[in-house]
Design a protein around this ligand. Structure first.
Ligand code: ADP
Length: 222
């Protein structure tokens, strides 16, 4: 069973700010967990540590049974590329690339793709998955916010990760689009992906299996 486990993880910035205080959390395949809490409570820090974008001060991060806390930079990048996909509040699409080209970007560092044609075919499939085939040749500036975030979700799926980690994915969207994005993320759990969303949007609770609350760096099950 694919899992991400945080075991007694603490993160202290600059020897001063305790952003995570002995946090333990397990995300399994097919599971949708939301971490909620006020601004400054440590949600983004949790997501970055679970996503191997930052290291913890103490504790362990275990991904699919492997303790990744001690891996070197290259091995970490490899686990990130193969196992994790990221979605951010600000979409972070490349404005100079068309929809399918944006989705291909993570594939460029994955040597499992033989050539560009294979990557493009996969990008077309993923574009269809998020319901945007009719926009495949468009640039991000020609899309609505909700559509841009759906492209970002497709891009997060590029290398068929086990987990999707999303940091305030609806922070820049109106309420109709936010429901669509949560729905899209929930759909992924049906194909076995584990989804971890950090949000302060109450609407997420209608879609998740579990909700955890972060308060001053301490995580509690709701
Ligand atoms: P949230 O995502 O819930 O808004 P964060 O994880 O961004 O919370 O921040 C948690 C705490 O850690 C805050 O007090 C914030 O100021 C602090 N913090 C976050 N990132 C850094 C950093 N790079 N350096 C120092 N302090 C940080």
């Amino acid at each position: 069973m694919n899992t991400i486990e945080l075991k007694n993880v603490s993160k202290i910035y600059n020897n001063k700010v305790t952003a995570m205080d002995n946090v333990s959390l397990k995300l399994s395949e097919g599971e949708f967990i939301a971490v909620m809490g006020q601004s400054g409570s440590g949600k983004s820090t949790l997501l970055q540590i679970a996503g191997l974008l930052d290291s913890c001060t103490s504790g362990e991060v275990v991904i699919n049974g492997e303790n990744v806390s001690k891996l070197d930079k290259n091995k970490l990048a490899d686990v990130r590329m193969k196992s994790l996909g990221f979605v951010f509040q600000a979409f972070h699409l490349n404005s100079h690339l068309k929809v399918y080209e944006n989705i291909m970007v993570p594939m460029l560092i994955n040597n499992e793709f033989k050539n560009k044609a294979e990557m493009k075919q996969k990008a077309e499939e993923l574009t269809a998955t998020v319901g945007l085939s009719h926009r495949i040749d468009h640039y991000p500036s020609e899309l609505s916010g909700g559509e841009q975030q759906r492209v970002a979700i497709a891009r997060a799926l590029a290398n068929n990760p086990d987990f999707i980690l999303a940091d305030e994915p609806t922070g820049n969207l109106d309420s109709k689009n936010e429901l669509m994005i949560f729905e899209e993320l929930k759909k992924l759990t049906g194909s076995g992906k584990g989804v971890l969303v950090v949000s302060h949007n109450d609407a997420v609770m209608d879609f998740t299996d579990r909700v955890c609350i972060m308060k001053d760096g301490v995580l509690e099950e709701k």
